[in-house]
Design a protein around this ligand. Structure first.
Ligand code: ZN
Length: 257
């Protein structure tokens, strides 16, 4: 448990989806509610092609197994792709494994580490470094053609963080506290500002907002950061869809829930 936003569900914790990228639909960090929220927001889990899980905290992995059942048509097909940190897939010290070996037996599975990359058809997925409770936690940088989407996952700010996300057109970050309120292992809004000023993405999205952020008008924080940086900044809302057409066609959308 990382923050009361998960257990109170003041904000949904189902992660997000990147759809229609290289003809694939990918669910990233399916925490509690991912399956139910998919249906609620009109997304079919049976149409998933892959699941990415960044680390072994409950708010990032608890619905991975049910989504794998969707991915593999109830575990009847050798199908789909699951990518996770070492902790999520194999376990590391007291962390994980977060997905049973039964559920890992049907999809294609890859463990991803920092600065390691995997190729999946035309997609390239690189593991990015984090400083977080789970020592094997990673973020993801996904490249497809000329589009680069980077996701920090949970991490505190550290000097090399911008380098890991360099070149991102769209930068998605977990930002749990407003203003300069730092807590260990996480970014606050001011850290996020520093990150996007370095990376200079075309669009930056704050997600995984903690209770204090939610109570503190995340939209006004997004506006403040946008005005300071000159970069388009969005605070993710439950069920939000963002069209990435302008960065690459054919149609791509990103759904947060
Ligand atoms: Zn975490």
């Amino acid at each position: 448990m990382e923050d009361f936003a998960t257990i109170t569900q003041k904000r949904m914790t189902g992660g997000f989806r990147i759809d229609d990228i290289d003809d694939k639909n990918i669910h990233i960090d399916p925490g509690p509610g991912a399956l139910v929220r998919s249906y609620q927001f009109g997304l079919d889990p049976l149409k998933l092609n892959g699941i990415l899980v960044s680390h072994s905290h409950t708010d990032h992995y608890t619905d991975a197994e049910v989504l794998i059942e969707a991915l593999t048509r109830g575990m009847t097909r050798k199908k789909g792709f699951v990518v996770g940190s070492l902790s999520v897939i194999e376990g590391h010290e007291q962390w994980g494994p977060s997905i049973s070996s039964y559920h890992l037996s049907k999809p294609y599975v890859s463990v991803l580490g920092v600065n390691k990359s995997i190729k999946w058809d035309e997609l390239k997925i690189k593991g990015t470094k984090t400083v977080h409770g789970d020592p094997t936690a990673i973020g993801f940088q996904i490249k497809y053609g000329n589009l680069t989407i980077s996701y920090t996952s949970d991490t505190e700010y550290f000097d090399e963080l911008p380098e890991y996300h360099a070149g991102a057109d769209v930068l998605i970050a977990s930002v749990i506290r407003p203003h300069g309120e730092r807590i260990r292992g996480h970014m606050c809004a001011n850290d996020f500002l520093k990150l996007i000023e370095e990376v200079k993405p075309k669009m930056a999205i704050m997600t995984h907002l903690g209770m204090k952020m939610i109570m503190n008008d995340p939209e006004s924080e997004a506006r403040r950061i946008s005005e300071k940086s000159g970069i388009r900044v969005l605070a993710a809302r439950d069920g939000m869809k963002i069209n990435l057409d302008e960065f690459l066609s054919p149609q791509q959308s990103l759904d947060e829930f």
